[in-house]
Design a protein around this ligand. Structure first.
Ligand code: ATP
Length: 635
């Protein structure tokens, strides 16, 4: 039979995970209100709304149009070769009819050879044009994919911690990989079929009409019937694909949690529970896939039946007309070929429309990232150099996390002078880490200001902030690579001697020496191949290599034993004697010698002074100290 099932519906691929996190305020610059108002919902998104429902088709076409614009050349070539290929495809049945009528039927071998040669040449043109059309179409589509990924990556790099929190790392990864793939896949199909299909349908019909009007009527009658049936099936496919997409989301989530939390699962012997969760999600996906499969099977069978009914009608009418001498056998064969081409074209274009729901969701999610203005932008005329030694002044700072009801920090003051150590202590959840994250401008304050050498952070160039302030985070992160490449994150030009010196100060030289390849020892992603304490010390060394003016240690000594902690602080005291140090710690012994201790309680500063002053006057500090040391030890 002539009808080929080329309009195959898209195969299930991993869909994007869903974005349902609360939206955040776009606080940026000095104009940020003291009490943040409710954030505007980003375009194409909605914390409540289902992104699949809320992203119109326009998203896909606008996005594709925008990204195809720079690739006009391959696009134009695709169109040209598509037209050539389709014309040649339409021409071949006419030539074939001619060959049969005037060559085969007449027994004219010479005609068959001459005409056959020409037909072969047209087929060659058809094949070459088809190949080139696919090549340039894929080239344009891949270029769109590459540009989308590059723009998404660049945009995510501009994001502040607030936007990162809002989208979440897994979602940003899925958007950059899977969602882009959805767009590219649809684009490849669209470039290959959307143009060919209407030309083949209209051209085939025109040629059929020119051959025999009554028989072309069969095709004309069949086309709308097939289109209506396929439309109905596509309508059924859309909700089925949507359900399947949600099921794959579910399975992704279970899988992600399983991989991330494998140690906890093992520790609590929850393997069976996790296995059940996975089995449930898996069964749900299987059911949904079967539902989609049933719709596809029905689609295939129905299309085939209609195609064959059309072919039978053509043969039936054609046979009668051949018998009464009004139609030639070659024309009947040409008719059957046109019927196949026309119905195939209708089905192929339906295949593209079946991909639309998924591409639509993907485009909405991509647009959402691209349209999100980073809350923290570089100032228009940034300060690029500081003249002072690096005096940090936190003044009247209030901060609330996006979506949170209460401010985490209220009216916080803190001064860290060069050559001095300022410690921050407080119960867990009192806001210490948050305060430290505000200093390198990972978030912007809602009220108050943070200045270094009298310059507001919001007036400073981001590169200057990074050069001036060195944060050793609570959970040190190391990149996949070597010890050396991780340390050079602080300064790409640092020599091996510089690295070893930093390691000595950070009390890390001994264990790095003991590693098989020293500085060239490979570190697993996230630093999983070193211990927590080693990771902390490597992170400290990395910051030392950068030589900032202000050091922020966020509980960076917590994984060290007391002796190493003391040795490290002693080494730091001489190594970075001129720098300002802010140390957050839980252990009183770590901070008792600090020049100034700031006591935080529920986001407020409840005391500032030396260990002795606070012990004598501050009940919160007194309580923290006596919970760890005897009064004798404390004094
Ligand atoms: N990204 C975030 N989004 C929303 N709330 C947050 C976020 N990070 C922290 N919080 C909340 O802010 C409060 C202060 O957290 P923070 O980590 O600053 O406390 P901390 O004093 O450093 O605690 P710890 O000593 O346990 O590290 C906590 O109530 C916490 O739940």
């Amino acid at each position: 039979m002539l009808v080929r099932m080329t309009g195959k519906p898209p195969s299930p691929v991993t869909p994007p995970d869903r974005f349902g996190a609360p939206t955040s305020p776009q606080t940026g610059g000095r104009s940020a209100p003291a009490t943040p108002t409710e954030p505007p919902t980003p375009k194409g998104a909605g914390s409540e709304a289902d992104p699949e429902e809320s992203s119109p088709e326009g998203h896909v076409f606008r996005l594709i149009g925008e990204y195809l614009r720079p690739h006009r050349r391959p696009l134009v070539l695709t169109v040209v070769f598509q037209i050539v290929q389709t014309m040649a495809t339409l021409y071949v049945p006419t030539l074939n009819a001619d060959l049969i009528n005037n060559g085969v039927a007449q027994g004219d071998t010479d005609y068959v050879l001459r005409h056959g040669g020409f037909m072969l040449a047209v087929t060659l043109v058809q094949i070459t044009a088809a190949g080139l059309a696919v090549y340039f179409g894929a080239k344009a589509a891949m270029a769109v994919g590459r540009d989308l990924r590059a723009d998404l990556f660049a945009q995510v790099q501009r994001f502040s911690a607030a936007e990162m929190d809002r989208f979440g790392a897994p979602s940003l990864i899925t958007r950059t990989t899977n969602d882009v793939t959805q767009i590219v896949t649809m684009l490849v199909m669209a470039l290959t079929m959307l143009l060919t299909a209407p030309i083949a349908a209209v051209g085939g019909l025109a040629l059929a009409l020119s051959l025999d009007v009554p028989m072309a009527g069969v095709l004309l009658a069949a086309m709308p019937v097939v289109a209506v049936v396929i439309y109905g099936i596509v309508r059924a496919m859309i909700p089925a694909s949507r359900i399947m997409q949600r099921c794959i989301d579910g399975i992704n989530q279970v899988m992600r949690e399983h991989i991330t939390g494998i140690r906890v699962i093992r520790a609590f012997v929850r393997d069976d529970h996790e296995q059940r969760r996975f089995s449930d999600a898996n069964a749900e996906l299987t059911d949904a896939s079967l539902r989609v499969g049933r719709v596809q099977a029905f689609f295939g069978a129905t299309a085939m039946v209609f195609g064959n009914i059309t072919a039978i009608a053509i043969v039936w009418i054609g046979a009668g007309r051949i018998a009464d001498g009004t139609l030639q056998i070659g024309d009947l064969i040409a008719f059957l070929t046109y019927a196949g081409q026309i119905l195939g074209a209708v089905m192929m274009s339906m295949g593209v429309f079946m991909m639309l729901p998924r591409a639509k969701v993907a485009a909405g999610r991509i647009r959402e990232v691209l349209d999100t203005e980073p809350g923290i932008a570089n100032p228009a005329e940034p300060v690029t150099e500081l003249v002072g030694l690096g005096e940090l002044d936190v003044k009247g700072v209030t901060f609330r996390y996006a979506g949170a009801e209460e401010a985490v920090l209220r009216d916080v003051d803190l001064v860290a002078r060069p050559g001095q150590t300022t410690a921050v202590i407080g119960s867990t959840g009192s806001g210490k880490t948050t305060l430290l994250h505000l200093i390198p401008r990972l978030f912007d304050v809602d009220a108050g200001a943070i200045r270094v050498d009298g310059v507001d952070l919001r007036d400073m160039d981001r590169a200057l902030i990074a050069r001036t302030i060195g944060l050793v985070p609570q959970r040190a992160y190391l990149f996949s690579g070597t010890v050396g490449s991780n340390l050079r994150y602080g300064d790409p030009d640092a020599s091996d001697e510089d690295l070893w010196h930093a390691l000595e100060v950070a009390q890390a030289a001994d264990f790095v020496h003991a590693m098989a390849d020293g500085l060239d020892t490979v570190i697993g992603q996230g630093g999983t191949t070193v211990s927590g304490g080693q990771r902390q010390r490597l992170a400290i060394a990395r910051t030392l290599v950068a030589r900032p003016k202000v050091y922020l240690f966020d509980d960076s000594f917590s994984a060290l034993d007391t002796a190493t902690d003391a040795a490290l602080r002693a080494a730091l005291a001489t190594e970075i004697a001129d720098a300002a140090q802010v140390i957050v710690a839980q252990r009183v012994s770590t901070i008792r010698d600090a020049d100034r201790i700031v006591v935080l309680d529920a986001g407020r500063v409840v005391g500032t002074g030396t260990h002795e002053e606070l012990l004598a006057t501050n009940p919160v500090y007194h309580e923290i100290v006596t919970s760890q040391l005897t009064l004798q030890e404390a004094l």
